[in-house]
Design a protein around this ligand. Structure first.
Ligand SMILES: [Zn+2]
Length: 106
């Protein structure tokens, strides 16, 4: 799925790592991501894309029976692709705590 980057160390984060609350495995910084909002937006855009494709095919071919196999093949792939693009653009990863500098003589 989508790739995100750590806002602190700029290292890439795997999609399996990104959760509402998680830690960067490179710099160990606590991070927050809007996974739920991004997923809901991706789901809405994916479903709308499939509906628009279905309506476009219906206008092009004119018969529901002629378009069902084309829609099942194309609609799923196009809807997932559109949803993934929206997910990757709407996912925001933010640091959870302020940065602290440790001094040796403090
Ligand atoms: Zn990091």
């Amino acid at each position: 799925m989508a790739s995100a980057h750590c806002p602190v160390c700029k290292s890439p984060l795997g999609s399996w790592e990104v959760r509402p609350l998680f830690g960067c495995h490179h710099c160990r910084w606590a991070l927050r991501a809007n996974v739920g909002d991004a997923f809901r937006r991706a789901l809405v855009v994916g479903v709308l894309t499939e509906c628009l494709l279905l309506l476009g095919l219906r206008l092009w071919f004119g018969s529901w029976l002629d378009i069902l196999d084309v829609w099942f093949g194309m609609g799923a792939g196009l809807g997932v692709l559109a949803g993934e693009v929206v997910y990757s653009h709407s996912l925001v990863v933010t640091p959870l705590r302020p940065q602290k500098h440790l001094r040796a003589n403090a």
